[in-house]
Design a protein around this ligand. Sequence first.
Ligand code: UT7
Length: 328
Amino acid sequence: MPGAKITALGCHVPPGVLTNQDLEKLVDTNNQWILDRTGIVERHIAAPDVATSDMAVAAARCVLAQRGIRASEIDCIIVCTVTPDMMFPSTACLVQHQIGAAGAWGFDLVAACSGFIYGLTTGASLVMAGTHKKVLVIGADTMSRIIDYTDRSTCILFGDAAGAMLIEPAAEGEGFMGFLNEVDGSGAEALKMPAGGSRMPASADTVARRMHFVKQEGQQVFKFAVRKMYETCRGLLDKHGLTAKDVKLMIPHQANLRIIKATAERLGMSEDQVVINIERYGNTTAATVPLATRDAIESGRLKKGDVVIFAAVGAGFTVGTNLWRWAY
Ligand code: UT7
């Protein structure tokens, strides 16, 4: 069976910045509370005329330029998002058209903060099946469109961004090593956007009751995330006969600095094994993992041959953990 490796990475971060001080003017919060409880200093917010497909296209174009390929060479586009441009058609269709990926099929993948890791698992599987040569996985979310900026418990957390990676065939021992993904739907109520679907279609009443915004039971999600990020990382390492010392970097979903630190500590990983950039971007949902990977590459912390573990917990609950040997 052929392997699968990541051969290029591109990101798009919108220029607009929302600082903790800006949020102090919107809700009853303060810089110190946000820093202490989350580690976030600022997040980027898309301009009103920018939608998820626009950021996804920008990230996709970075990947194409970096790899030096034409869009027509892409076989499949997977857009991981919970903030599609619209309910349908999928954002993947809009991206396919915009970049001119004439030979590609594609679809949206809904797994919230674990989305990009599910996308990587799916993309690697398509390549390893031998049926695909170039799969473009994009994580893109315009969270600011579904955040209630009168709710201090959620509005401080999220930002907007997109990131993309290209997956291609690899020799044995290169690239994708394995995954441990799970869902636990018993946690569905803890983090959701209640209205706008078939259960609670949009109406004047759902708008008046602010049901088209993210609702979160913060502590419940926090406890689940700390437990599951650790358990699945541990489980995946054990499955491959690896210890934390064999991993060059853990690249975790950036939801809360305390969740990341607790996970690293329980795994016995030192600070220099963990990538953290939550202070600059907040939680960008499906885009955090590619954004953090880009930062690790640019700062010289991630090099060819290094073993990385990607890990995330998100709404659903979804849990995603992947092991990759970095290939470029
Ligand atoms: O990526 C998707 C997955 N999502 C996550 O992983 C998020 C997981 N959860 C969290 O990160 C944390 O639960 C939060 C950051 C959302 C909240 O932190 P916490 O330490 O769990 O705070 P809390 O909800 O227990 O609230 C503590 C206090 C409360 O006041 P009282 O009841 O003690 O008087 C809150 O009302 O802090 C209050 N509070 C705030 N105070 C100032 C809540 N939000 C704020 C705020 N500024 N923005």
